[in-house]
Design a binder for this molecule. Structure first.
Ligand code: BTN
Length: 326
């Protein structure tokens, strides 16, 4: 049997015996290959993201299979009308923000989606790095071509947060909260970050790229140590492996519904939805912004999408950018 066929047959054996140990001897007999060849094939599968538990006397048990995204499967199950209908799926890239930007410059239509299995230079707000390991998350950028003026793009960040929060609830049954402006948290730990970048000309938006990074199926050990106290994944929160394909499709559907609502009725219904999912409104916060640092209570959003904070001195302050600490 050829090397490739050995690997394939071995994989089939484990898939046919979910959760069961198969001894090296049994595998070797059934595939008519040596015990050394079995061991080599197991290691090969490991290098492709399959995980095995190995116990003396019992043998091997497959505990995790890589979840690989497929462009056709993704497209076929899209529940949205135009968002995510055009997809560019990459195996590895520096940042999907740059790939989406290139496509937008070349005229790609609104709703075009770039997804990568891995990002080597994932970016967050304020120049921070964004941890985007292979096959474990959703690292994607959606092209938008809004008609609103440039100073209102913050509203789209908030809209994206609502869409992702709802989709995680629907697809994974995990109830998350939004921390102003763009973090999605589960029990205070970050599961998703959103980065909305706009390109404008003469004060008008040419296009926006809505970057969404969700830690979907990461285990604690998949996070670098310095992130473990502040980050979690949807899988860790809900206890189950999450189907990334379905989650992406649900996000596209939720995004499209909210975006249409926004174009028809403006920001008000989006702001109400955001406030209902917010873990920020009503809380004592410390604001770090260009306007300086101060403490107060977050009361809600203003019509632009700025966070309104009643300072301890009793003044209502709109916060347009910066960091909120609890
Ligand atoms: C943040 O937490 O500050 C925002 C993180 C945004 C991450 C996403 S992942 C897809 C897209 N590509 C990037 O480089 N960043 C965004």
């Amino acid at each position: 049997m050829k090397d490739h066929d050995q690997g394939y047959s071995l994989l089939r054996m484990f898939q046919e015996h979910p959760g069961q140990f198969l001894s090296g001897e049994e595998i070797s007999r059934r595939l008519s290959i040596s015990r050394t060849a079995v061991w080599k094939q197991i290691n090969k599968l490991r290098s492709h993201g399959y995980e095995f538990e190995a116990l003396p006397r019992l043998g091997y048990r497959m505990v995790d299979e890589p979840d690989v995204l497929d462009e056709q499967l993704l497209g076929a199950g899209m529940k949205s009308r135009s968002f995510g209908k055009q997809i560019k799926l990459l195996d590895r890239t520096v940042s999907t923000q740059e790939d989406a930007r290139e496509l937008a410059e070349a005229g790609a239509p609104e709703g075009t989606l770039v997804i990568s299995e891995e990002q080597t230079g994932g970016r967050g707000r304020m120049g921070r790095k964004f941890h985007s390991p292979r096959g474990k998350g959703i690292w994607m950028s959606l092209i938008l071509r809004p008609k609103q003026p440039l100073h209102l793009t913050q509203q789209l960040t908030l809209l994206t947060g609502v869409a992702v929060c709802r989709a995680i609830g629907k697809s994974a049954g995990v109830q998350t909260q939004i921390k102003w402006p763009n973090d999605i948290l589960y029990e205070g730990k970050k599961v998703c970050g959103i980065l909305l970048e706009s390109t404008a000309e003469d004060g008008r938006i040419r296009y926006c790229v809505a970057g969404i990074g969700i830690s979907v199926n990461l285990k604690e050990t998949d996070f670098p140590e310095e992130l473990r106290s502040v980050a979690t994944s949807v899988r860790m929160a809900g206890g189950n492996v999450v189907n990334r394909t379905e989650l992406i499709q649900t996000i596209m559907q939720e995004m499209e519904v909210l975006y249409e609502l926004y174009n028809e009725q403006g920001f008000e219904p989006i702001a109400s939805a955001w406030e209902a999912l917010s873990g920020t409104v009503g809380r004592e916060v410390r604001v770090q912004s260009g306007q300086g640092d101060f403490t107060g209570t977050a009361t809600g959003l203003n019509k632009d999408g700025a966070l309104m904070v009643r300072s301890d001195a009793g003044e209502m302050v709109p916060v347009y950018s910066g960091e909120i600490l609890f």
